[in-house]
Design a protein around this ligand. Structure first.
Ligand SMILES: [Zn+2]
Length: 854
């Protein structure tokens, strides 16, 4: 489609001549409950100035039909003005009023105005999601972050519904079966940040108030909503409790009153991402409303997201990046604030930095070693580039690097810099230099070299200790070796660990220093007794992969679980996982560590990531000849730990789920069936609805779930979640027919909504079914370009990544991937990037397998 992929150059050109004064957007969604109605009426009036009268410009719009275009009272024929992606107008005046009347489409992919009908009660729900550029699926707009303007929304909806937007509603008028909601104009914001949520949502309301320095009181009405059929599970008190702690904390840290009036948080169905920071109207994936027991890691994760989105109200919404190159400005900051805020706001999630070190950074390490990695400040040529850049570099590495920056300049200078940044750039747009500028002011340090090393280069460094000792076992020299494509300045702490009287490994010394270049001698360590374990980057101040000297590694093999401090232990777990991924530790050795020590891992989030990693180690990184044995060991371990776990504990639930993921033999599957039937019991384990589906998935994947049994489970749980899991179970059956049906449902039709595309792919692609899915490798490479051209980018990304034959870990699959890449140099760069990344994962798996075989 011409013009769908807006480029940075076009955006710059448009911003250079235009200043937008405001939008009036009228939406009529009264047709939404009728499944036969595919579209809704959308009318935009935008008022803007042009510094070059006579010039031409365009509005972005993705709509099935445009009925009328009027510029300054002059009617323009839509047939000539609209090309399917842009409304072109010329002959601009200095002051312009442009009106576009269109029919826009209800979305089933989570992009634009998403429509969902609840199978439980037949109610219909709507919400919008736009980032980076899908507001144009709902109304005509200048779709770029630096053309900020006040937006005034008017929404006509069924009379029984409520409607929310970024601002409060001024007026609601009822006419027949419809009500019209007029919202106050927003503050000047970017188009991707606007939002509408509409439907018969269940609402919980609360209020936050705070005295300000000028003697006035800031009043913020709060609400949280979800579908009516989820109301019984909605723990709004917990959500709003975290919200209030966050508002206290960010007001103290940022010294800038929350600028968007009220604060609504909507938990919405079939949401593509975790959450979105629409000012005053944040949207979250509704899986954060827990229908069944989840571990505390899930509550912590949700609280982290609440604070992440709240931080964006200042960093991202009040001050916004000029173009998507600087997406990291807001995402790195918010990602850092999610963890920092959990501690600072005194929530009950005191292990937030452990989770960050162990899980969030794993995302960054993976992404940063792909051939497609990029500097934190990226070069984003167009919207397709932008879409792919919501990645582990922009979020997790950026946040880790900000954590390092805080260690480097001190938290006082860092937050004083943030405060100045908000005041100086309120309601404006910024670039990297604007942030560095305030930080240089407040820290008194020249940050150009730091920024060049950390923000403008790609890749992760490895730090390795080198220890020499004398005859008495004293350290003669401890050096830190740095290895990487770029050698960076690292502020790190080094922990020296020994066994205490109880046998725990505890820190006996902490040395903090700057590491630069390829070898740094730690003068302070000389003369000390050689410790059992040297842990670099203790306290997780910097972003690097840590390695070990041979003696420390031996200590971990026999005693990793004995490390007393949970952050240090999490760092050790991360390090041995990186060794495994890098083909430096055999996968079976990693599995052995997990089987030996996971049972004593106290941190539930770390335990769950150990489960996922051990499964990956067996499925992808182990010698295929050992895979069966490895799988049996994991299932045996899961069963043993499940029986030993404290009844009713999070750990017990995590082990039960792990058993469901690994069960293969008769004994394990027999227990799974018994738990479902109620003939087997594990003391304290509540086999609730979500756990039931996990157990059914295990049986389905083993070919032991009958069609009628699965249909019976769906009948008992005929909900959105039930439908998803039922779909996944069907696709997970080990038959050629089941795989063909799943493949076809995704590839041959665009009828499926995003959530069911995901479920089909997840069931189809189980690694254990690699023999059944092998014949789809060749068709996969043939369909890539068609999928990219025909599907929305969100769905295309899922198909390209989800159906890549990742379980076919062979040189032949690697050659097929290379052949496609060699044969398609002109394919869309974003598509090539996805294939390159999957190809690299495959090559990594082959290297790890070679290590495991050796
Ligand atoms: Zn974010």
């Amino acid at each position: 489609m011409p013009g769908k992929n807006l480029s940075r150059d076009e955006a710059q050109q448009r911003a250079s001549i235009l200043a937008v004064e405001g939008y009036q957007v009228r939406l009529d969604v009264t047709s939404a409950p009728d499944p036969a109605a595919a579209t809704f009426r959308s009318t935009t009036t935008v008022t803007f100035r042009c510094s070059r009268p006579g010039a031409a410009t365009f509005l972005d719009l993705l709509a099935p039909a445009v009925h009328a275009v009027t510029l300054n009272g002059r009617a323009i024929d839509p047939a000539t003005a609209y090309d399917g992606a842009r409304v072109h107008v010329d002959g601009l005046a200095a002051e312009n009023v442009l009106t576009v009347e269109a029919d826009c489409a209800y979305s089933r992919t989570g992009e634009g105005l998403h429509r969902f009908t609840d199978p439980v009660d037949g109610e219909t729900y709507l919400y919008t999601h736009y980032e980076p550029a899908d507001a144009r699926r709902v109304f005509a707009t200048f779709e770029q972050p630096d053309l900020k303007a006040p937006f005034g929304f008017t929404v006509t909806a069924p009379a029984a519904w409520d409607v929310w937007s970024n601002a409060v509603h001024d007026k609601v008028t009822e006419e027949g079966a419809a009500r019209t909601w007029e919202f106050a104009p927003t503050q000047p914001i970017s188009s991707y940040l606007t939002a509408v949520v509409a439907g018969p949502y269940h609402v919980a309301r609360d209020h936050y108030s705070r005295g300000l320095a000028d003697g006035t009181t800031l009043e913020i009405p709060l609400s949280a909503m979800c579908r009516k059929s989820l109301a019984q599970y909605f723990d709004a008190d917990e959500i709003l409790g975290v919200t209030k702690l966050g508002l206290d904390f960010f007001h103290e840290e940022f010294d800038y009153p929350y600028p968007f009036g009220k604060y609504d948080q909507a938990f919405v169905p079939e949401y593509n991402i975790g959450a979105m920071e629409n000012p005053g109207c944040v949207t979250f994936r509704e899986e954060f409303v827990f229908r069944s027991k989840v571990t505390d890691a899930a509550y912590e994760g949700r609280a982290n997201v609440i604070l992440h989105e709240m931080a964006h109200m200042w960093f991202g919404d009040l001050v916004t990046m000029r173009w998507w190159d600087d997406l990291w400005l807001k995402e790195s900051f918010a990602d850092f604030m999610g963890s920092y805020g959990l501690i600072g706001a005194r929530t009950r999630y005191s292990s937030a930095w452990v989770t960050f070190a162990n899980q969030r950074k794993a995302w960054a390490y993976r992404q940063d070693q792909l051939p497609t990695t990029h500097p934190i400040t990226a070069d984003i040529r167009d919207l397709e580039d932008a879409k792919l850049n919501f990645d582990g570099i922009t979020y997790a590495k950026g946040a880790a690097v900000l954590k390092q920056l805080v260690a480097y300049v001190g938290s006082e200078a860092f937050f004083e810099g943030a405060r100045r940044y908000f005041k100086r750039h309120a309601f404006g747009n910024t670039e990297l230099g604007d942030l560095l500028g305030v930080l240089e002011e407040t820290s008194g340090r020249d940050l150009k070299a730091w920024a060049a090393a950390w923000l403008q280069t790609a890749g992760v460094d490895s730090l390795t200790p080198q220890v020499t000792t004398d005859a008495e076992g004293r350290i003669t020299e401890l050096a830190v070796l740095q290895d990487g494509t770029v050698l960076r300045p690292h502020r790190i702490a080094i922990g020296l660990y020994d066994r205490d009287a109880d046998g725990s490994l505890v820190r006996t010394e902490r040395i903090e220093l700057d590491v630069t270049g390829n070898r740094t001698v730690v003068a302070e360590a000389a003369g000390r007794p050689r410790p059992a374990l040297v842990l670099l980057n203790d306290d997780d101040l910097t972003y690097c992969k840590i390695r070990f000297d041979s003696e420390s590694l031996e200590t971990l093999r026999t005693g990793l679980g004995d490390i007393h401090d949970e952050l240090a232990r999490a760092l050790a777990w991360s390090a041995v996982w990186n060794l495994t991924r890098d083909g430096l530790m055999p996968a079976r050795d990693y599995v052995a560590l997990v089987l030996r020590f996971a049972g004593q891992e106290g941190n539930i989030g770390v335990l769950q990531s150990l489960h996922a990693q051990a499964k990956t180690a067996v499925d992808l990184y182990a010698d295929p000849a050992w895979r069966g044995e490895g799988g049996r060991q994991l299932a045996d371990g899961a069963l043993r730990e499940l029986r030993e776990a404290v009844p009713g504990s999070d750990h017990q639930l995590a082990w039960a789920r792990f058993l469901a993921q690994t069960a293969g033999g008769a004994e394990h599957l027999g227990l799974v069936r018994g738990l479902l039937a109620g003939s087997a019991r594990i003391d304290g384990l509540d086999v609730d609805q979500e756990l039931r589906w996990s157990l059914w998935l295990a049986l389905a994947a083993a070919g032991q779930a009958g069609d009628e049994e699965l249909a019976g489970e769906l009948a008992a749980d005929n909900t959105a979640s039930g439908k998803r899991q039922y779909t996944q179970c069907l696709a997970a059956r080990p038959t050629a027919e089941a795989k063909a049906a799943a493949w076809s449902a995704v590839v041959d039709s665009d009828e499926l909504p995003n959530a069911l595309v995901e479920a089909q792919i997840a069931g189809f692609a189980l690694p254990a079914h690699r023999d059944l899915t092998a014949l789809y490798a060749a068709p996969y490479f043939k369909l890539l370009e068609r999928v990219w051209a025909e599907r929305t980018i969100e769905i295309a990304m899922r198909i390209v990544s989800g159906f890549f034959p990742r379980a076919q870990t062979s040189e032949q699959t690697l050659a097929e991937a290379d052949a496609w890449l060699d044969g398609h140099p002109q394919a869309a760069p974003a598509l090539r990037r996805l294939v390159l990344e999957c190809r690299d994962d495959l090559a990594r798996a082959l290297r790890a397998q070679a290590c495991d075989r050796a």
